[in-house]
Ligand binder design. Structure first.
Ligand code: DON
Length: 551
């Protein structure tokens, strides 16, 4: 018995230990960016300062998604318990039209995905400005400086980043400036080589010295708009000048004795997570155990039901009335859950629910907690890897292809297979619906989890499963994140299981009527921080090359 106990203690309780630190923690998808964040914290910056510096650093060292040409969301919670949501999602340009991505026959084109016409008006720099203005401590220029240095002096490419750049050829290849910057004379960089980005360094340096408005009204704005006009893109100087990041009230829900602080529309994530968690609380499949067919089936069915609602009801709240209270009404959620049987519901037979009337109005991620207990959960993106593939000549940054997150036409899927309708139709100045789901969980009013992910529509289901693994199965944050995940999004009617599910479970799910697909692609890349009594646990997703570090 004693021998067994000694072995048990020596081996630990976990499959994979998280990084632990006493005071502060930074988790990002790129080791260089994580180190920038820790450096800012050690120099007296707070979590918000670190988030700004990390986001700029990722725009250099993580070109697949780190950006100044895209947009995103930041969910913050101050040490005093106040939460806020900063929406810096891109907007459709003023010249955008509802059918702009349909050809003469009404068929969707590739223009929402590749090239100059695919970009919404970038929001990242305004979003970081708002985060800094409201909450930051260190001077703006100091937060941008590390990224200027990285771009100017260059940084050593990891195997993962070199491979990612090589894999981007289909997207960036057609655009000479992207090719010139990310290739050296026609051949790809190898891991271990140094990549320098001098044009980006100059753009970032101007943003550091002249402030965020440089991007929206300065030389950068002028050159960006001129290049857009030259290449048939829609973003104009007026679009850039008028762009504003906005604060929104985070959604607040409860799950198994925890408070969930979640992303409101135009993110579809918070409503999704709270709806799915509500159905799970009602059905309680957890005694069946992690990895069981019963749990997997129930997860798939609650996902299916939420995604049917998503495609109908969700869009930019500044343009459409999103029935938030109805979608989160406990009676409605219970009634949706009660339609789940022990067989898979064919998606074709399932529609969105009849949401009760309102009584009252109601693709990279970083998580940071500082020594005071302030927390930032920030997800931002170019949408697809390397966005539209376009690098603005002379400015050195990639542009997003976020227009593809709109519904080009009802019933036509976007690049993530998501369907949308009227609520997410294109309109000038409108924000496209997002799955980005930065989330914070508290218990009895105390910070517990700061978490989020990239991964398109798989973000919402991925982040939720990691949270369930912490709350319902008491896993450390690394194990909770690394455990195999699944995804269902109603349409296409397919239950996707990552590598790692038992073949027996897969067989049982097939027998229940699920159209199972297995694969090596991850269900999002979750990065989280768990706050314990004396320690912080940091965990980048084991599926990524991310890094957690703290002090
Ligand atoms: O906002 C969204 O839902 C998408 N543009 C997110 C894209 C994404 O996560 C890509 N990452 N793998």
């Amino acid at each position: 018995m004693r021998f067994a106990l000694v072995i048990f203690l020596a081996l630990g309780l976990s499959a994979h230990e998280p990084v632990r630190a006493r005071k502060a923690m930074v988790v990002t998808q790129d080791p260089i960016a994580t180190d920038v964040g820790v450096g800012i914290l050690k120099r007296g910056g707070n979590a918000y300062d670190a988030a700004v510096a990390v986001a700029f650093a990722l725009a250099v060292t993580y070109p697949t998604a780190g950006n100044i040409g895209g947009g995103g969301f930041a969910l913050v919670r101050s040490a005093n318990g106040e939460a806020n949501f900063i929406d810096f999602r891109e907007k459709a340009p003023g010249q955008a039209t509802r059918d702009m991505y349909l050809d003469a026959q009404g068929k969707p084109t590739r223009d929402s995905v590749v090239g100059w016409r695919a970009s919404g008006v970038p929001g990242t720099v305004r979003g970081l400005e708002l985060l800094h203005k409201k909450y930051g401590k260190l001077p703006w220029a100091e937060l941008v400086k590390p990224s200027v240095k990285l771009a100017k002096n260059g940084f050593v490419l990891s195997y993962a980043t070199a491979r990612s750049i090589r894999g981007s050829e289909r997207t960036t290849g057609p655009f000479p400036e992207s090719k010139r910057i990310y290739l050296k004379g026609g051949s790809y960089y190898e891991a271990g080589e140094t990549l320098r980005l001098p044009e980006l360094a100059r753009t970032l340096d101007r943003i550091a010295k002249r402030g965020p408005s440089e991007f929206y009204q300065g030389e950068t704005a002028k050159r960006l708009a001129a290049e857009m006009a030259k290449h048939g893109g829609l973003v104009t100087e007026a679009d850039l000048r008028n762009y504003q990041a906005v604060e929104r009230k985070p959604l607040l829900g409860h799950y198994h004795g925890h408070e969930i602080i979640a992303a409101p529309p135009p993110s579809s994530g918070g409503i999704g997570m709270l709806q799915m968690m509500g159905m799970l609380e009602h059905l309680n499949p957890f005694p069946a155990g992690m990895g069981s067919a019963k749990l997997a089936h129930t997860l798939a069915e609650v996902m299916r039901r939420y995604y049917a609602d998503r495609s109908q009801f969700l869009g930019d709240p500044d343009f459409v009335k999103v029935p938030v209270a109805g979608l989160l009404n406990p009676k409605y959620i219970a009634q949706r859950a009660d339609s789940i049987t022990d067989r898979a519901t064919p998606s074709a037979s399932l529609q969105h629910g009849a949401v009760p009337p309102e009584e009252s109005p109601e693709t990279t991620h970083l998580s940071i907690v500082d020594a005071q207990g302030n927390a930032v959960s920030l997800t931002y993106t170019l949408n697809g890897s390397y966005g539209s593939g376009v690098t603005v000549p002379g400015l050195g940054f990639l542009l997003n292809n976020e227009m593809d997150d709109f519904s080009a036409k009802p019933g036509v899927a976007n690049m993530f297979g998501a369907l949308g309708g009227e609520a997410n139709a294109i309109a000038p100045g409108k924000r496209m619906l997002s799955s980005m789901t930065p989330t914070i969980v508290t218990k009895d009013g105390k910070l517990l989890l700061v978490i989020g992910a990239p991964g398109g529509t798989r973000i919402i289901t991925g982040v939720m499963q990691a949270i369930l693994n912490v709350i319902d199965y008491k896993l450390n944050v690394q194990d909770a994140i690394d455990a195999p995940r699944l995804h269902h999004q109603w349409m296409p009617d397919r239950l996707y299981l990552e590598r790692g599910w038992s073949p027996d479970t897969v067989e049982l799910l097939k027998k229940m009527g699920h159209n199972v697909e297995t694969g090596t692609m991850g269900v999002s890349n979750v990065h989280g921080i768990l706050v314990e009594e004396k320690w912080l646990q940091g965990a980048p997703d084991g599926r990524s090359n991310g890094k957690a570090a703290g002090y």
